[in-house]
Design a protein around this ligand. Structure first.
Ligand SMILES: Nc1ncnc2c1ncn2[C@@H]1O[C@H](COP(=O)(O)OP(=O)(O)O)[C@@H](O)[C@H]1O
Ligand SMILES: CC(=O)N[C@@H](CCC(=O)OP(=O)(O)O)C(=O)O
Length: 271
């Protein structure tokens, strides 16, 4: 459940907003064509990117000889791990994404969610997880201002608690909280599979009820769980659908993007 709220913001946006989450599973393999497609997307939408980078964090931890552990899909984060998370996400992954976008002449602005209270967070379970947070509030006003000025914000999923502690936030959860707070029309998870699969088959549309059953039955598992759970928490009258798509293909702004659409009802049932 996403309980985040947004700061009072005058909605000075002129185009609908789309939030694109780039999964760490795919970031290092995204093509030039993929990055190019943001120019086209930006003709129709204001775009915000929230990125992950789990594999990059793990690689950096391995290099530094620091062992890691996950608890319910979230990385246990002590002071040393937090330092590495910041190095990997902000020093490496965020820079890579913004440079690839800059190469396409896009005004990408790399930021940590912990900057300027963009993501205010609370601890989830400090005893078991350490410095791991969930989004409590999003400073939507700053994001709108940047969008209005023609920037594409590229956010690393870090937050700050009200006591000033930087925390590590799951990127799927961060993206959903941002999408909800800025009243996005679309939330797109870009990952390393062509959508939600059942066996070999890509599920074209799925509802929250069907997702819950699928998790119980065990064919939605692992890294797909935070995606579908965040998606379900973000669905609203404004955000009518969340898409899960493969980073193998360029993003397109029309309705025929391949992948899975998560929505409350079947298409026919949506008013
Ligand atoms: N039903 C499913 N359909 C597709 N992928 C699934 C499913 N259940 C679990 N997964 C796993 O979810 C992974 C994507 O999540 P994750 O590795 O966390 O990616 P990202 O880094 O993009 O967030 C897939 O590579 C796959 O292993
Ligand atoms: C708390 C927590 O687990 N944070 C994640 C943040 C990065 C992330 O979510 O990256 P992906 O989208 O690539 O999985 C982590 O440390 O791996």
């Amino acid at each position: 459940m996403i309980t985040s709220k947004s700061t009072q913001a005058t909605e000075h946006k002129t185009k609908p907003v789309v939030v694109v989450k780039l999964g760490g599973s795919m970031i290092s393999r995204l093509s030039e064509k993929f990055y190019e497609s943001f120019s086209e997307l930006m003709l129709h939408y204001h775009v915000i990117i929230v990125h992950g980078g789990g594999p990059a964090i793990t690689r950096m931890m391995d290099k530094l000889g620091v062992s890691g552990e996950f608890h319910q899909g979230l990385r246990k984060t002590n002071e040393e791990t937090m330092e590495i998370v910041e190095m990997a996400l902000c020093g490496k992954v965020n820079g890579e994404i913004t440079s690839r976008l800059a190469a396409e002449k896009i005004n990408a602005l790399g930021m940590k969610g912990s900057d300027a209270s963009i993501l205010t967070a609370r601890f989830i379970d400090q005893e078991n997880l350490g410095f791991v947070g969930e989004v409590e509030e999003v400073n939507a006003d700053i994001l709108y201002r940047l969008l209005q000025a023609g920037y594409l914000p590229v956010l690393a999923p870090l937050g700050k608690t009200i006591t000033g502690q930087t925390v590590n936030i799951n990127a799927d959860m961060s993206a959903a909280a941002v999408a909800k707070a800025v009243n996005a029309e679309k939330l797109i998870y870009v990952t390393d599979v062509p959508g939600i699969l059942r066996g070999e088959e890509v599920i074209e549309r799925i509802t929250p009820e069907e997702i819950n059953t699928s998790i119980e039955e065990g064919w939605i598992y692992g890294g797909m769980i935070p995606k579908v759970q965040s998606a379900m928490g973000a669905l609203s009258d404004q955000l009518k659908e969340v898409m899960i798509v493969s980073g193998e293909y360029a993003l397109i702004s029309n309705q025929i993007m391949n992948g899975t659409t998560i929505q409350h009802k079947s298409k026919e049932g949506v008013e």
